[in-house]
Design a binder for this molecule. Structure first.
Ligand code: HAM
Length: 434
């Protein structure tokens, strides 16, 4: 490590006053999640690497290129640690499913409707809206009866509700269905046939994607590849009859809630676990990283990881991207002490200290200025604290058994008695809302 401190690339510190925007956003999200009856779940921020490979797919970009494995070095020094088989979570669906299985949540009656808010980690090349540590709010509805199309519509409605409540306007929902595992297989075979003779027209990386998993070609951002994809008549790769009926019901349920969406038959999503409904929410207020969030159904994952045969559907929204897309003129709420206490000299400080403590014991938010300086300088600091009122104690007040309390809002000032350590008047006044 060089002497110069630095923060790891693609990470950020969230400090005052920005932290209040995060808290406001998180509180609003929790309120809405409660309205839809989702319960919070907290899983470790790292898991066995294999869990991610088995769920998202060995050939997915996330597993192939973006996994942050925990260092092998400590494991070499201490074989017991075996850190090298662990990775920081790049997303949370796999961890929630792992937890659902291990905690036997399927033994509970009905659906498990779970949500999380927390950091995720991907070793991507950082740019605006693309970080190595970022935060997601997400939900996963797993369990018996989870295979209702109304649940697909519910999670989409919930993500829209969250975005709208936070003040987002310019976003679009893209919707598609991949169908059942069998439909996916048919689609993959169709795609292979269509692309086989045009493979040299694809970008080099997409040629190897074609070999590994043909769906990945559809995710490509490369111009050459996109031109080929755009020329494909993907609509013709019809879903099976049951999947079509299911997808129609999802769309009807969304229309019943007046939720607008665009059908996009090329939306396949980059992770293996999806079946049936997939969706992505994009915003014109973001640059090239325009996805605010995404999600879909993953009916086979729980069973595939060793759990019961139950359906599941969920989504995750990127919190940094939401904040980037929010109108910049939004007022940020911030928290300040109600009272700021200043002592004008050393002798008065111990009395100021006692008063600060008494106020705190009565749940009145307050702070004290730890340095002794001129009245002017202390008042400047009191002002900077953005407290509503300031308590001033100097020798003069101390001798007379009083303190001065000044209201910053209307400029009024009054003296109150604290003779014989009787703080009744002080507490009456300070607990009164301004
Ligand atoms: P995802 O599309 O990989 O899906 O990520 C969801 C959202 O997380 C993205 O749309 C984006 O807003 C945000 N995000 C992803 N990577 C980054 C990054 N490097 N920097 C900043 N934000 C990022 C999933 O994670 C699935 N687990 C969603 C899901 C839940 N599907 C079903 N249940």
């Amino acid at each position: 490590m060089s002497n110069k401190l630095s923060i790891p690339r693609g990470c950020s510190d969230i400090v005052f006053p920005e932290i209040y925007q995060w808290q406001t956003v998180e509180n609003l999200m929790r309120e809405i999640l409660h309205v839809y009856n989702y319960q919070e779940i907290r899983t470790p921020i790292f898991e066995e690497t294999e869990l991610f490979a088995r769920s998202m797919g060995q050939s997915s970009d996330v597993v192939m290129k973006q996994m942050l494995n925990l260092a092998a070095q400590p494991a070499e020094k201490n074989a017991e640690l075996k850190l090298s088989g662990l990775s920081l979570r790049p997303e949370n669906t796999a961890s929630v499913v792992r937890s659902y299985i291990l905690q036997n949540l399927d033994k509970l009656e009905g659906l498990s409707k779970l949500y999380y808010i927390g950091p995720m980690f991907r070793g991507e090349r950082p740019q605006k809206g693309r970080l190595r540590q970022f935060h997601q709010v997400g939900v996963e509805a797993i369990g018996p009866f989870a295979d209702s199309p109304y649940l697909d519509a519910e999670v989409i409605a919930l993500s829209v509700d969250i975005l709208k409540t936070l003040g987002l306007k310019n976003f679009t929902i893209k919707l598609n269905s991949l169908g059942s595992a069998e439909d996916k297989e048919n689609f993959s075979n169709w795609l292979r046939r269509e692309l086989k003779d045009r493979i040299l027209e694809l970008d080099e990386e997409d040629q190897s994607r074609f070999e590994r998993n043909v769906f990945r070609v559809l995710d490509s951002k490369n111009k050459k590849t996109r031109a080929v994809i755009d020329s494909l008549a993907i609509e013709s790769s019809a879903l099976g009859a049951e999947s079509r009926i299911y997808f129609d019901k999802v769309q009807k349920a969304l229309k019943d809630m007046n939720i607008d969406f665009e059908l996009d038959s090329k939306l396949v999503r980059g992770l293996d676990y999806y079946t049936h409904t997939v969706f992505e929410i994009t915003s014109t207020s973001l640059g090239s990283q325009d996805a605010l969030g995404a999600g879909g159904r993953y009916n086979n994952l729980v069973n595939q990881l060793g759990g019961p045969n139950v359906g599941a559907v969920g989504f995750a929204l990127g919190i940094e991207r939401i904040l980037l897309a929010l109108p910049q003129d939004q007022e940020v709420l911030s928290i300040h002490p109600d009272i700021y206490v200043i002592a004008l000299d050393e002798k008065s400080f111990s009395r100021a200290w006692v008063i600060t403590n008494i106020l705190r014991q009565h749940s009145i938010s307050c702070d004290i200025c730890y340095n002794i300086a001129s009245v002017k300088s202390l008042m400047r600091q009191a002002n900077k604290s953005k407290a509503e009122r300031v308590i001033i104690i100097g020798e003069n007040e101390l001798d007379r058994g009083v303190i001065t309390i000044k209201n910053f809002q209307d400029g009024s000032q009054q003296e109150i008695s604290i003779k014989n350590d009787n703080y009744t008047q002080l507490l009456e006044l300070t607990t009164e809302r301004l």
